[in-house]
Ligand binder design. Structure first.
Ligand code: HMG
Ligand code: MG
Length: 310
């Protein structure tokens, strides 16, 4: 298989933790319902490819995200997977469902903008944070790790550009509430590298260190990899990505797939940055999933490597 030549560059971390979101962010946006058994096989294969954090599903209202209505069934099918398996939880009802299935990591998901808080959670920004407070407290009591997603950090389809101060303020509130980590979501993929650097620098100035931050780029405008490299140069070492570039958000129509995990691993392998991921096994998994979904993967790396194989 073709692999990039390894040529390290200065000012980059030795190791990056990939937070794989394909089974959740990817499959939540599929038109067709994917059977739980296929999702379970997907997650097993991702773990076998070396991914150590795989966001499995969401315990949200099944009417809001019917694609993930099988969360309970799926969790039972993946209880042997040797990886961290975080799940999304919006409220106490969701947390109780997740804890009953043995979840050890959850994520709440806030918005930097009022429009998306309303569209995604039927709440104001403040109302959503109030909803999360008891969730985070109860999770911490149960020794469950909590990630705080923050959507629309760079731009919003209804409101346009989002002031950096707004993103910093909600990030602070999520951390003060007890979240262990904040994932900065570019939900509609409009960020560019200067904006990423500016946001990270402002978060640092507000006392939020890079080791509490992850980046979550959607690739709508082809900027996800450039933005990721910028974040790595800044000092962030946790990167969200989706196998095969699956993804989007059902409540933000302008969101397309996430940064493809294969595109990310190709770059990191070339830079000599350790991820533990076997790009060949991962690509084979995305080719298998693309066949199941009936359309080719949007990942350039998946396409290039799978064409070379044949
Ligand atoms: P609501 O309609 O305001 O709900 O929705 P409610 O609190 O008024 O409750 C209404 C009914 O729903 C009640 O039932 C509840 O029990 C039930 P009833 O008494 O009428 O029979 N209910 C639930 N049932 C099962 N599980 C639950 C649950 N909660 C309430 N957890 C709600 C509020 C938060 C529930 C809804 O808005 C929701 O589920 N939203 C989820 C939307 C979502 O999952 N979006 C995608 C994930 S976010 C994303 O993709 C962005 C990200 O990738 C980062 C980025 O890219 O930016 C993370
Ligand atoms: Mg997302």
């Amino acid at each position: 298989m073709t692999l990039p030549m390894t040529v390290p560059a200065p000012g980059l971390p030795a190791r990056v933790r990939i937070h794989e979101v394909g089974p959740r962010d990817g499959l939540q946006n599929e038109k067709a319902l994917v059977p739980a058994a296929i999702k379970a096989e997907f997650i097993h294969r991702l773990a076998e490819a070396g991914l150590t954090t795989i966001e499995a599903t969401s315990f949200v209202h099944p009417k809001w995200v019917p694609q993930l209505a099988d969360a309970e069934e799926l969790m039972r099918l993946i209880d042997d997977v040797d990886a961290r398996l975080p799940v999304l939880v919006p409220n106490e009802r969701g947390l109780d469902r997740a804890l009953a299935l043995g979840a050890r990591e959850i994520a709440v998901f806030a918005s930097a903008t009022e429009s998306f808080a309303k569209a995604n959670l039927n709440r104001t920004v403040d109302g959503a944070l109030e909803m999360f407070e008891p969730v985070v407290a109860k999770a911490k009591d149960a020794d469950v790790a909590v990630r705080g997603y923050l959507s629309m950090c760079f731009g919003d389809p209804w409101e346009g550009p989002v002031p950096i101060s707004q993103t910093v303020s909600v990030s602070r509130r999520l951390l003060d509430m007890g979240c262990d980590e904040i994932s900065l979501g570019d939900t509609i993929g409009v960020a560019t590298p200067g904006h990423v650097r500016e946001l990270l620098a402002t978060l640092n100035e507000a006392g939020i260190a890079d080791d509490r931050l992850a980046v979550h780029f959607h690739d709508t405008y082809g900027q996800a990899l450039a933005n990721t490299l910028t974040a790595l140069q800044h000092g962030v070492t946790t990167v969200d990505a989706s196998a095969g570039g699956l993804g989007g958000c059902p409540y933000a129509k302008s969101a397309t797939g996430n940064l493809a995990t294969e595109d990310l691993v190709w770059m990191l392998d070339g830079l000599g940055i350790e991820t533990g991921v076997d790009i060949g096994r991962l690509t084979a998994t995305s080719v298998w999933m693309a066949r199941h979904l009936g359309r080719p993967s949007p990942s350039r790396t998946v396409r290039a490597l799978s064409q070379k194989e044949t």
